[in-house]
Design a protein around this ligand. Structure first.
Ligand code: FAD
Length: 459
């Protein structure tokens, strides 16, 4: 039997700029497998991500079928499932694109060692970051802990050119993926907001660069506007690669010099993704261990009712509730509002940021193993180059600044929609506040701010 090359797909659910897939097709016959790994050491995917994954794999199976590549999707322990697939298909080589979490790297290393012992060829590739974390080091050879120098160094790197779509093989019939998957009502709701898959990702990028990027620097903080790229879930699942985004944006800057500085700003945000992947690579589990050790000593409050009000968008603070409801409805939340909701939880409410991070993990379609904990630690103060502990966002003044006419808040919190602009961010000041079908704030912003300052200062 001539062997096939098995492509082990993980967070790289695309055809173009997929080096493992391209190399396998060059080698000859290829097959692909996606394993929803149940290894105890790995973080289980959240509910919104499982929904996205199901649809993304279905799209990908169709695309791969056009290249003559069958995709198997299985669930189980990574090593066991991979070797089952190798045996089933008589594979003589296994290729994959590298990942950067510690547990993932250890699993991959153990598998690579066994492949070598068993005489099966194996190769891994760089595909999912701009520059791999082990290629980035400060002048003294240490990992970066401050963003600006990291970004300045990253910009100067030669970012690899994305690979083109590999050539067509003979089309085969695509398989349906996960036939026992049942779409919950929540999934159907999320589905109203998203087009999933590689083609949709590319369309979003092109539209963003054509129509939106010029206004990105000024509008990206305005939650009412759809002024950002909306690429985060596509990047999280690898339906598009950061290198594709980078080079498409650079090409646009060349072609339309008026957009160059806006594109620079956009790419500097994309750079945070690599920065967070560097932390994921170099630090202990960033979803659970504060990057700055002294923050481990913080005395968090146990306040279940307040936590639940925060989750449900029932805190009585409109911009917070708007963000939490937007996330529940759409699977994403505007970046500015993510900062405000996280700050309210970790600072005003003094509830452990890890609880909030887990809720985001479960409900975001862009839930990302580096970006979610990295940003939570940034807001909570325990991250590297984090927001300083005394920076406690005031959701009322932030609302007035970034949502001055209250459009965003009115959209998601209809209970306050009838209030005049100057009260919409603080409905408790309205003369007939008690008559509103909306809770009083669960926390006094001023008192809780002082409490947080003391708790953080005590470290
Ligand atoms: P754009 O502004 O168009 O940016 C383009 C891309 O750059 C994004 O898709 C993302 O990949 C990257 N990027 C932008 N801002 C950041 C940032 N602050 N940190 C890291 N990368 C960034 N982003 C995630 O991708 N997954 C998460 O799980 C996630 N959790 C977050 C939790 C909190 C508490 C906060 C404050 C932010 C979080 N972010 C997360 C970062 C940011 O909010 C989203 O990346 C952004 O809102 C996605 O929208 P966009 O794709 O339109 O962004």
């Amino acid at each position: 039997m001539t062997g096939t090359t098995l492509v082990w797909l993980r967070n790289d659910l695309r055809i173009a700029d997929n080096p493992a897939l391209s190399a396998a097709l060059k080698h000859g016959m290829a097959r692909a497998v996606h394993i929803e790994a149940t290894d105890g050491r790995l973080r289980r995917r959240g509910a919104a991500s499982r929904w996205w994954l199901h649809h993304s794999l279905n799209r990908l199976a169709e695309e791969l079928a056009q290249l003559g590549v069958a995709l198997d999707t299985v669930e189980g322990e990574a090593q066991t499932e991979l070797f089952k697939a190798i045996a089933a298909h008589g594979s003589d080589a296994v290729y994959w694109n590298r990942r950067y979490g510690r547990a993932e790297r250890e699993i991959d290393a153990a598998i690579k060692a066994r492949l070598k012992r068993e005489g099966i060829a194996t190769e891994s590739f760089a595909a999912n970051v701009l520059v791999e974390p082990f290629e980035m080091a400060t002048g003294t050879g240490k990992p970066y802990s401050v963003y600006t120098p990291f970004w300045n160094a990253l910009k100067k790197q030669d970012i690899a050119k994305p690979l083109p779509r590999p050539r067509h093989g003979e089309t085969i019939r695509p398989q349906r993926v996960d036939s026992d998957y049942r779409e919950a009502d929540w999934g159907r709701k999320l589905g109203r907001h998203w087009q999933i898959g590689e083609a949709a990702a590319r369309e979003r990028l092109d539209r963003f660069l054509d129509e939106l990027v010029l206004d990105y620097p000024g509008d990206r903080d305005i939650p009412r506007k759809a002024a950002t790229s909306g690429l985060s879930p596509h990047l999280a699942f690898g339906e598009i690669s950061p290198r594709q985004v980078w080079h498409a944006a650079q090409a646009m800057a060349q072609h339309a010099p008026a957009k160059a500085s806006a594109i620079d700003k956009f790419l500097s945000e994309l750079g945070w993704r690599d920065f967070n992947y560097n932390q994921l690579y170099h630090r202990d589990d960033i979803a659970t261990v504060p990057m700055v050790a002294k923050y481990g000593g913080l005395k968090w409050r146990h306040a279940d009712a307040a936590f639940e009000a925060w989750q449900r968008g029932r805190t009585g603070i409109p911009i917070i509730d708007a963000g939490m409801r937007e996330m529940w409805e759409t699977g994403v939340m505007h970046n500015r509002v993510r900062m405000l909701t996280a700050s309210l939880l970790a600072k005003n409410l003094l509830i452990d940021w890890r609880k909030g991070e887990q809720w985001f993990w479960d409900t975001l379609v862009d839930a990302d193993a580096a970006n979610n904990p990295g940003n939570w630690q940034w807001v909570a103060g325990s991250g590297l180059d984090a927001s300083p502990y005394f920076r406690i966002f005031n959701p009322v003044t932030q609302g007035e600044r970034f949502d001055p006419a209250g459009d965003y808040v009115r959209r998601w919190v209809p209970e306050v929609a009838g209030l005049p602009d100057k009260l919409v961010h603080q409905p408790w000041e309205a003369p007939d506040a008690a008559a509103l079908d909306y809770p009083a704030p669960i926390v006094d912003l001023k008192v809780s701010r002082e409490r947080a300052l003391e708790a953080f200062k005590a470290l």
